[in-house]
Design a protein around this ligand. Structure first.
Ligand code: FES
Ligand code: FES
Length: 157
């Protein structure tokens, strides 16, 4: 039996009837068409599905949609403050060449956003640790770490 839930996604309020076994990832991608959130492993290992729920990073593949009833979700589509100009983290990823296939990028950038919100001047080790739940098969990570360090500097200005 479906359950009625209300959640705010990127500032918009949604009222939905969802089956209790459906994941947040499925609902975001299939019901709300927010396909910036990726589905990789589906088992909590790769971080491609990372979103923010009430400001904290979660794996949307392991989170049931009914668990976010009454909560606030931010996906990669909601990262840029104006919705038009890219967020400094997104700009830095482009400028530093930190994106190749791009599959890991939304999750990486939301993990970076969470890090910089809580630790605006992270060391390289702290950046690497913050990304430990996000896997990238393309870049070798160094450019991603450089991009986050650059974004941290940019956000300080
Ligand atoms: S798809 Fe969720 S952690 Fe890999
Ligand atoms: S850029 Fe391809 S998985 Fe990271």
């Amino acid at each position: 039996m479906k359950k009625e839930i209300t959640m705010t996604v990127n500032g918009d309020i949604y009222r939905l009837a969802v089956d209790p076994w459906r994941t947040l990832n499925e609902v975001l991608r299939n019901d709300l068409n927010l396909t910036g959130t990726k589905l990789g492993c589906g088992t909590g290992d790769c971080g491609a599905c990372t979103v923010l729920v009430d400001g904290r990073t979660v794996s949307s593949c392991l989170t049931l949609a009914v668990e976010v009833d009454g909560k606030e979700v931010t996906t990669i589509e909601g990262l840029a403050p104006s919705g038009e100009e890219l967020h400094p983290i997104q700009k830095a990823f482009i400028e530093k060449g930190a994106i190749q296939c791009g599959f890991c990028t939304p999750g990486m950038e939301l993990s970076a956003f969470y890090l910089l919100k809580n630790n605006p001047r992270p060391t390289e080790m702290e950046i690497r640790e913050a990304l430990s739940g996000n896997l990238c098969r393309c870049t070798g990570y160094n450019k991603i770490v450089e991009a986050i360090a650059a974004a941290a500097e940019q956000l300080q200005e």
